[in-house]
Ligand binder design. Structure first.
Ligand SMILES: Nc1ncnc2c1ncn2[C@@H]1O[C@H](COP(=O)(O)OP(=O)(O)OP(=O)(O)O)[C@@H](O)[C@H]1O
Ligand SMILES: [Mg+2]
Length: 258
């Protein structure tokens, strides 16, 4: 496999709490990989180690073959430019307009100064997420789904090689969740950007991901394409999938009653 990111023996504790205990995972270049697992298992911690804002206790994070875990801060910043990310509680800056939000990383990360060029990129990205012309609006004037899409536009603006999404669909209704999943698919297909997605949305994950890793007890317990993971025998995974599908059935029953 041509992995753009390879995690090896990643170990991370907080005081007595051992969160990751020797985690291995490969993220294939140009594909969508999802990490699934119960709340509190360390998915966001994995994510933060990958982009180098948290330092592993042990292990390595290879990005294009370069181990970022041991790099000095300045070098880390250079590697970090390959990534775009949308955090779990990804907030737009409320005091800035949509346009200013999208232009922010262009200025701060890429050091762009040309206002016209930045405006053009902002316009292009808004068109691309099907929200043309909302540059002047403030985040408070947008719906939750629109804010998430603007968040994606902001990360796309700097043209990253790898985009990480931490719970991109949490808090959205099923229709909006699907539109965000479709957006991730488009990001991957149209720009060839490698996507790493952490998600509670099991059904959506099985639809969009090329590769899935199941995180439990500090390590990846099963990994493979969606079919392989769906069939894997690991007992915690079986229970996790069963619970997710039970939730889905309950949702359907609710709908039938209406
Ligand atoms: N900066 C930190 N300091 C101390 N403990 C932390 C820190 N970050 C995470 N943890 C702990 O690490 C564990 C894993 O947290 P993490 O946020 O990675 O879970 P998660 O799998 O992303 O959960 P969720 O699905 O609810 O987002 C938790 O027990 C959390 O309390
Ligand atoms: Mg999390």
């Amino acid at each position: 496999m041509d992995a753009i990111v390879s995690v090896r023996n990643l170990t991370k504790s907080f005081g007595p709490v051992r969160v990751l205990q020797g985690l291995d995972m490969d993220f294939p270049r140009g594909k969508i990989t999802s990490i699934i697992g119960q709340s509190g298992t360390g998915k966001s911690v994995l994510f933060k180690n990958i982009i180098g804002i948290m330092t592993p206790d042990e292990g390595s994070i290879l990005v294009d073959g370069e181990d970022i875990a041991g790099l000095p801060e300045g070098e880390k910043r250079r590697v970090r430019r390959k990534f775009g990310y949308a955090f779990q509680d990804a907030a737009l800056f409320d005091s800035m307009t949509v346009g200013e939000n999208i232009a922010f990383p262009l200025r701060e990360v890429l050091g762009m100064k040309d206002r016209k060029a930045m405006q053009r990129i902002v316009r292009e990205k808004l068109e691309w997420i099907d929200l043309p012309g909302i540059e002047g609006k403030f985040p408070s004037e947008l719906s939750g789904g629109m804010r998430k899409r603007v968040g994606v536009a902001r990360t796309l603006a700097v043209e990253p090689d790898i985009l990480l999404f931490d719970e991109p669909t949490t808090g959205l209704d099923p229709v909006l969740s699907e539109s965000i999943n479709a957006l991730i698919r488009r990001v991957n297909e149209e720009f060839g950007i490698t996507c790493i997605v952490i998600s509670h949305d099991i059904i959506g994950t099985f639809h969009i991901a090329h590769r899935i890793g199941f995180l439990a007890d500090g390590a990846i317990q099963a990994a493979g394409d969606p079919g392989e993971v769906a069939r894997a025998e690991h007992p915690i995974l079986r229970k996790f999938l069963q619970n997710s599908f039970t939730d889905l059935r309950l949702d359907c029953e609710d709908e039938e009653e209406e």
